[in-house]
Design a protein around this ligand. Structure first.
Ligand SMILES: Nc1ncnc2c1ncn2[C@@H]1O[C@H](COP(=O)(O)OP(=O)(O)O)[C@@H](O)[C@H]1O
Ligand SMILES: [Mg+2]
Length: 349
């Protein structure tokens, strides 16, 4: 066994015509993990899932499932099922028939089918909906049928391609919690795809950030949020202050014309780097006291905090603060060493 990995993707690449959409993707997926591919539209998420499911082939590289290379295995022989964004339910069949469809093809007995369908109906909270027509269901209920239909086959891995994309925000939040519960209860591996960073961070054990067919960073949601490895990740994951800096020596960085103590080391002397500072990590102090000072340019209430734009001599900072400050106020800003994140230059503009 490859550690506790159920799937290993080794150096896969894929080109459509002249367009290299996956460039040497290498990735281990652990048993029972909730792993999410996160990235902007067109970065290659769906193509990666299709290669895992067997609906698409890769030009280079290997897909390993439980120690066996499965590149040439057809989809129906893989212990992997997919829930697509467009649920592709059979409109002329009722809920029960939709879920039972795959089991009938496998020629299971009527009583076995009945038992399995009832179990998953309970799991997705759709008991009593057996006879309902698909078109009479809400978007959220249709989504549950699609999930039930995929998990009734007892796959070891479930691939979910932006499954919540069509739902409104409230329902989406509810389904995020539901999906986590289902995954925990079933104890199977979920490979989830989304372009929504908040969704990825709340749901996943591991997040894989992709851009232009290349993995940018892989780690826990906390790692990705707190320690983005490059500018792309920092920008994509959340509101951030990003600026050029120079790593003078270990634990000493210069930006905004000042020298700051930081917690990073191992860079070349005077290496050009990017500095990222989260809006919630900048403390507001009296203007005489901070490491930096600036003037409040705008303030917007965001529900929990105020988002302030503060003009500093060399750049504009975004700050999140529970207290409001009126426009024109001169403030001091304090940034602690552990809140200064240093990233290698990535070429991202
Ligand atoms: N069958 C195909 N033929 C040609 N180009 C494709 C095909 N499938 C996907 N692409 C292209 O590959 C890139 C990645 O697509 P996709 O994997 O669907 O991205 P994502 O799911 O991250 O939005 C896009 O530029 C898309 O247009
Ligand atoms: Mg897609």
């Amino acid at each position: 066994m490859l550690g506790d990995n159920i799937i290993e993707i080794k150096g896969i690449s894929k080109t459509f015509e002249d367009n290299k959409v996956l460039d040497n993707i290498t990735l281990g997926i652990k048993k029972n993990e909730f792993i999410t591919l996160l990235g902007p539209s067109g970065c290659g998420k769906t193509t990666t899932l299709k290669i895992l499911a067997g609906f698409e082939t890769c030009d280079e590289g290997e897909v390993i499932f439980e120690d066996k290379k499965i590149n040439d295995l057809p989809p129906y022989e893989r212990q992997i099922n997919t829930v697509f964004q467009k649920y592709a339910l059979f409109p002329h069949m009722n809920v029960y028939e939709n879920i039972a469809f795959g089991l009938k093809i496998k020629k299971l007995s009527k009583s076995e089918i009945d038992k399995k369908v009832n179990e998953v109906l309970k799991l997705v909270d759709l008991k009593g909906f057996e006879k309902r027509k698909i078109e009479s269901l809400s978007g959220g209920q249709q989504q549950r049928v699609a999930i039930a239909r995929a998990i009734v086959n007892e796959p070891k891995v479930l691939l979910l391609d932006e499954p919540l994309g069509a739902l409104d925000l409230k329902l989406r939040k509810e389904m995020q919690i539901e999906l986590k519960r289902i995954q925990k209860q079933l104890g199977i591996t979920f490979v989830f795809v989304t372009h929504d960073q908040e969704e990825a961070l709340t749901m996943s054990d591991t997040v894989v950030v992709m851009n232009k067919g290349v993995i940018q960073q892989m780690g826990t949601p906390e790692d990705i949020y707190n320690e983005p490895e490059n500018k792309f990740v920092a920008r994509f994951i959340g509101e951030s202050n990003i600026t050029d800096g120079i790593m003078l020596e270990d634990f000493k960085v210069k930006f905004c014309g000042r020298i700051f103590e930081c917690v990073d080391k191992g860079f070349d002397k005077d290496e050009d780097i990017d500095v990222v500072i989260r809006p919630e990590d900048i403390k507001i102090v009296n203007k005489e006291e901070g490491n930096l000072k600036g003037i409040v340019k705008s303030s917007v209430f965001k529900g929990v905090h105020y988002e302030l734009e503060v003009e500093e001599e060399s750049m504009n900072f975004i700050l999140h603060n529970t207290k409001n400050f009126s426009i024109g106020t001169e403030i001091g800003m304090d940034i602690y060493p552990e809140d200064i994140h240093i990233m290698k230059k990535s070429g991202e503009a």
